[in-house]
Design a protein around this ligand. Structure first.
Ligand code: AP5
Length: 219
């Protein structure tokens, strides 16, 4: 059983790792960005409210996000949170919710990555809008350019991956999300990961940490 948070700046590789870990651990992958994009494409009221924030590289208001996450976690006891929490208010909400269920977090993996690399990853990213799977033109290219290896569907570039919106997303991350590093450090949950390394090495580091913690009984 694993209850994990993947924390880090846009483009650090949270979604890429969450998909690999989900397959490995059978935990439910909850990606708030993917959930919001599904709402957008289905033209739900939540999608309409979220769109203008996402387009501008701003965070969607906490009240909308926490309702969505609560419904998504439901009765699951094993999950990987990707892109949530992103504010102290969201983290406090999560604490309260998990305390009530007596299912505390096991670890918060912080993906440390430098800015130049983040910009290169985001501007070279191609995504399957139906499944959320990401590729990269240089680091993780699909077998055929613009086509998903898994389902053969067309890949797109996300509208918020333009240089101007990426810059804004990084600023939003610094002001709203970075304080969560200290928040989880104080709770002894934070595990720092070098996200500059290749994809398989990052997965290896995370699984090694989890396996050591299981063997030693450390939460
Ligand atoms: P969201 O979709 O969550 O975007 P994000 O956090 O900005 O993260 P990304 O998906 O851009 O990056 P990632 O870290 O998952 O990187 P990836 O694995 O794809 O959120 C979008 C918007 O929704 C937000 O701006 C906000 O408006 C709203 N929102 C979402 N959650 C919210 C919340 N909780 N509260 C309020 N608003 C919220 O990798 C990136 C690229 O790099 C890929 O091309 C990949 O192939 C490549 N790559 C990955 N790892 C490596 C590696 N190790 N080496 C080389 N290349 C790599």
């Amino acid at each position: 059983m694993s209850r994990l948070v993947l924390l880090g700046p846009p483009g650090a590789g949270k979604g890429t790792q969450a998909r690999l870990l989900e397959a490995q651990f059978g935990a439910l992958h909850i990606a708030t960005g993917d959930l919001l994009r599904t709402h957008l494409s289905e033209h739900t009221p939540l999608g309409s409210e979220a769109e203008s924030f996402m387009d501008r590289g701003l965070l969607v208001p906490d009240a909308l996000i926490v309702r969505m996450v609560e419904a998504e976690i439901g009765s699951a006891t094993s999950f990987i949170l990707d892109g949530f929490p992103r504010t102290i208010a969201q983290a406090l909400f999560l604490d309260t919710m998990l305390l009530a269920k007596q299912t505390p977090l096991d670890a918060v993996f912080f993906f440390a990555c430098d800015r130049k690399e983040l910009i290169s990853r985001l501007t070279g990213r191609w995504t399957n809008p139906r499944t959320g799977r990401s590729y990269h033109t240089m680091y993780d290219a699909p077998r055929v350019h613009g086509v998903d290896d898994d389902d053969g569907g067309a890949l797109i570039q996300r509208p918020d991956d333009t240089p101007a919106v990426v810059e804004r997303r990084l600023q939003t991350y610094d002001s709203e999300t970075l304080p969560l590093v200290e928040f989880y450090e104080k709770r002894s949950l934070l595990v720092r990961i070098d996200a500059l390394r290749p994809i398989d090495e990052v997965t290896g580091e995370i699984t090694a940490v989890l396996s050591t913690r299981r063997k030693t009984g450390v939460r």
